[in-house]
Ligand binder design. Sequence first.
Ligand code: GFP
Ligand code: GFP
Length: 829
Amino acid sequence: GGGETRVGVERMFGLMDRFLKSDPSSLQKDILDHVEYTVARSRFSFDDFEAYQALAHSVRDRLIERWHDTQIHFKKKDPKRIYFLSLEFLMGRSLSNSVINLGIRDQYADALKELGFEFEVLAEQEGDAALGNGGVARLSACQMDSLATMDYPAWGYGLRYQYGLFRQVILDGYQHEQPDYWLNFGNPWEIERVHVTYPVKFYGTVEDDNFNGGKRKVWLPGETVEAVAYDNPIPGHGTRNTITLRLWAAKPSDQIDMESYNTGDYINAVVNRQRAETISSVLYPDDRSYQGKELRLKQQYFFVSASLQDIIRRFKDSHSNFDDFPEKVALQLNDTHPSLAIAEVMRVLVDEEHLDWNRAWDIVCKIFSFTSHTVLPEGLEKVPVDLLESLLPRHLQIIYDINFDYIEELKKRIGLDYDRLSRMSIVEDGAIKSIRMANLAIVCSHTVNGVSRVHSELLKTRVFKDFYELWPHKFDYKTNGVTQRRWIVVSNPSLSALISKWLGTEAWIRDMDLLAGLQEQAANADLHEEWRMVRKVNKMRLAEYIEAMSGIKVSVSAMFDVQIKRIHEYKRQLLNILGIIHRYDCIKNMEKSDRTKVVPRVCIIGGKAAPGYKIAKKIIKLCNAVAEKINNDPDVGDLLKLVFIPDYNVSVAELVIPGADLSQHISTAGHEASGTGSMKFLMNGCLLLATEDGSTVEIIEEIGKDNMFLFGAKMHEVPALREKGPTLKVPLQFARVVRMVRDGYFGFQDYFESLCDKVEGGNDFYLLGYDFQSYLEAQAAADKAFVDQDKWTRMSILSTAGSGRFSSDRTIEEYAEKTWGIEPCRCPF
Ligand code: GFP
Ligand code: GFP
């Protein structure tokens, strides 16, 4: 840029001693300086929150230093870059993760101690960045950590929502949603880049380019909004590499608005401009059935357009034409949400960069890859043509043109099979003519990935069958993984220390396959003792949280049985609750003398229901109504407790997962694309009670059926079972527990009626009734195993030992090698 002075890169790296120091007294000085100059409090008087802010800024300085060096290094080497486009990133907290990845956690803890603060206490001051709903969004966050750790030249691009996912408040057992204005107290983990801005255009008309004719057009937009970059540095572990998560915020454009200028309506002009900011103001809660909302489409295009302007600008900084574009740029579409990027690249190349249409199309076909995260057809987006036409008229034309060429090609391949042609078309004719975003993504991507092996099979044989038959080579899968940095090292420090001690190395933090080394020690009595001690401490931590939050006292000798995830019928929290009712009913009807044989349980359920998803909200209410009854029944006491943890989020998960003995992943087979929560529990030594769905099938291969509690209909059996409708046999116990709910045993009889109707009388789409018997048997097997503490501990160790494959490092390496064609680019020093 103009007027910039650039110190030579070589000279910069020569000045090693410019790096900030990390000995305790340097850290203390930094923290106190930030108290005084950044937080603007007196260094003689500041509270925990202010100390956290100063601490965060001190860490941020160190992040920025590495981040700059990494970006300069990438610029110098000009490797092929991966751009990860995602509408959601669920980052959670950043402090602990950052200091651990930078390798300076202990130094900070020591420095703080002398100042009279506890690192853990300050870490609790941080709020969650909840810019996402569930699995898809947290996966993006895990993958960013792996991309940084493995030195890949990667950028994440997304939206900086002012309101993250709603806060869940439980009142009288019902879910209420409260806005999460997470930026209230500032966000030290982002850097506002006031000079990195791009105009994003909407509405307007399209005209022919008179000089050039053909396919090149001129778009005269009706509205322009400014995208401002906010950079979130993402540090790798054991490397200096620190990559960029660039999130865009919408700001009014400073172009002169002639209309209001002329009418002199100043106040209205201001209000109109402010409206621009609403584009990035709220995250849409996921209700899994896509609605054609204009604002949502605006969000998608806004982030896609700004990101591509940035990506193309960066490419052009060091390339004079587009010949090398596919060798330098890989674009990953995380789910269908960023699919407009395809039309946008065509538009920029053809209309603005003046490439020939065929040349541009050739480039597009080489740069995009697409990952689907769902098997539910209602999860596939369809954008009404009317909406697209008014908001993005040029993009609609481009999509039509792509579709025309593609359908002509298709006719040559498959003949005039009009049913199939219409199924495969990007444009859906019907009551509401729409664009099928998944079809657009599949047609224009070189690879279509699933998120587990069975998910990929379902994509090939059901969801995208027609496409698979046409282009079998495009279809592949990369089984999901999660980062062990956050999910063991940050959230379970005592287990982390124990693993390092027994393996004699910390190398597993970057190479999780090494956990397999624990297998040979799985029967070692000393390890057993230490393992149980770690687990007990984590359970105590969780028990304290439960008591503080709900007033319920739970016994740590009970089995902690956890199900935490978004509330959805297919994930079957209702099956869990009905199982708990059955357990309660059994205890109540038992001879007093038999009660000594009951294995005490603390059942823990947490998760948010999409605000518009009525049945899911009833499931939450039922859970709380059942909990009310059981927890206040002195007759049952410690034998059974049920706790609903409100406002489930990343930091709650970090607390709950290490304290769980048993966790449930009980979706109806064929519905969970992968599942990633299961992996977090597994690596923390929690046993799984699960159906053979999604990635669980691959978990079984790693740790063996004997080390888990499996149940339920198999995926291939499900369609035939559904066909049976009301004639499908369900066990008597199932009818009995549903009857209890229907009869008002837990109150709110009328309110729960429609919930009960959903699982009876041939309406039981998710097969709760059919699976109930085998579910209870799996639960009984878990009870039996828990009594034999040696056996349980052994299974627990083998769970951790067998979890190596489920690191996101493995997933990312597969993507890098097989899909993106990128290589590590490690920053020196
Ligand atoms: C360049 C520089 C970085 C700088 C960014 C943002 O990176 O040092 O931080 O611009 O101003 F190399 P690119 O965005 O061009 O990759
Ligand atoms: C979705 C799928 C999960 C999958 C994740 C990540 O998560 O099976 O593990 O994406 O690929 F449903 P949710 O957003 O539905 O939780």
